[in-house]
Design a protein around this ligand. Structure first.
Ligand code: GFB
Length: 314
């Protein structure tokens, strides 16, 4: 990308989309389109056709999607399947019809991998086994999006690339206690307990599953680097290569927030996949300087930022 290339971010209001926008601006890119959902509904094919016909972007970050944590995924699987499949298919078809020279980057998710894997999970595990039930709709949609990108590359020569980000957290996260992802939800529960003087919080499952934690701006940096330096149908993991148990994540957040109350584990809630540590050798080969910050540093950044703290407490 040149600094004045026409760049389109679809999904620029969310956790990852806003991190990509912030990082592109920091790196000096000047021609960035960030249409929001109200102006451009990706479920309406005619809207994305019109938009791409008029704007003809050179680079498209297709980050938009219906996302959520284990509860959101588990209770609305058909919505996650339908919306996420339709959005990427509409974007690919409209790109083919209106700006076939545009390069598209599409993030899948580590939940496209089977429920059980040798650890760490390398990219060849895609389609190698049965999926985890709690996020099947999202995983099938993301997997379909990945295959669609590969097929539009093969049949129409569109320069699509697909990345598989691990569990993310960062600025502009979703702090919905029911439908949010685990890390922002844990941050909110602990910060709220501290503010209210509560001595106990309830977290879900056993606390034993293991998850990575990638700061959204680090993921954005890797994504921009790959947009600039990678072109292949082979998918690429973006993770840290290091995981913690949910209990360990809670302890790290507790110590940063300086709250020493008790955690109760609600065993009626699902654990989901037990572990999904990513193998990031493919990424490191292309981007050897990839060096994400620790969970401790990331959480510190968030809770010491006034605006983010307001967002957490609202
Ligand atoms: O981020 P999360 O909701 O989804 O994390 P996944 C779920 C894990 O955290 C489970 C535990 O083991 C939960 O039992 N957990 C403990 C909690 N307390 C809580 C809590 O208060 N809220 C939440 N949400 N979890 C995601 C997918 O799977 O993986 C996404 O849902 C995406 O779509 C992402 O693919 C990479 O990590 O299981």
């Amino acid at each position: 990308m040149n600094k004045d290339s026409k760049i389109l971010i679809l999904g620029s209001g969310g956790l990852l989309g806003s991190a990509i926008n912030r990082t592109l601006i920091k790196q000096g890119y000047t021609n960035i389109l960030t249409p929001r959902h109200k102006k451009l509904n990706l479920l309406e094919k005619i809207e994305i056709e019109e938009y791409l016909k008029n704007e003809k972007p050179e680079y498209i970050f297709m980050i938009a999607g219906l996302v959520g944590g284990i509860q959101g995924n588990n209770t609305r699987p058909a919505d996650f399947l339908y919306q996420n499949t339709m959005m990427i298919l509409n974007v690919l078809e409209a790109t083919k019809n209106n700006c076939p020279k545009a390069k598209i980057l599409f993030p899948g998710s580590t939940c496209i991998y089977p429920k059980e894997n040798p650890q760490p999970i390398n990219e060849d595990r895609f389609q190698a086994g049965k999926l985890e039930e709690t996020n099947k709709g999202y995983a099938v949609a993301k997997g379909a999006g990945v295959v669609a990108c590969q097929l539009y590359r093969k049949q129409y020569g569109i320069d699509t690339i697909c990345v598989m980000p691990t569990n993310l957290y960062g600025f502009n996260d979703n702090y919905d206690l029911e439908n949010g992802h685990m890390i922002p939800t844990l941050i909110k529960k602990i910060i709220l307990a501290k503010k209210n003087g509560d001595k106990k919080i309830v977290l879900w499952g056993t606390g034993n599953p293991r998850r990575e934690a990638l700061y959204s701006d680090d993921c954005a940096e890797a994504i921009i680097y790959l947009m600039n330096n990678y072109s292949s149908e082979q998918i690429i993991n973006i993770g840290t290569g290091f995981d913690y148990s949910i209990k360990e994540i809670a302890e790290i957040i507790k110590s940063i927030a300086n709250w020493d109350g008790e955690i109760k584990w609600d065993l009626s809630k699902p654990d989901g996949t037990f572990e999904k540590r990513t193998d990031i050798q493919r990424l490191k080969k292309i981007y050897p300087n990839f060096n994400p910050i620790s969970l401790k540093d990331g959480v510190n950044k968030i809770i010491n930022d006034e605006e983010q703290l307001k967002r957490i407490l609202s």
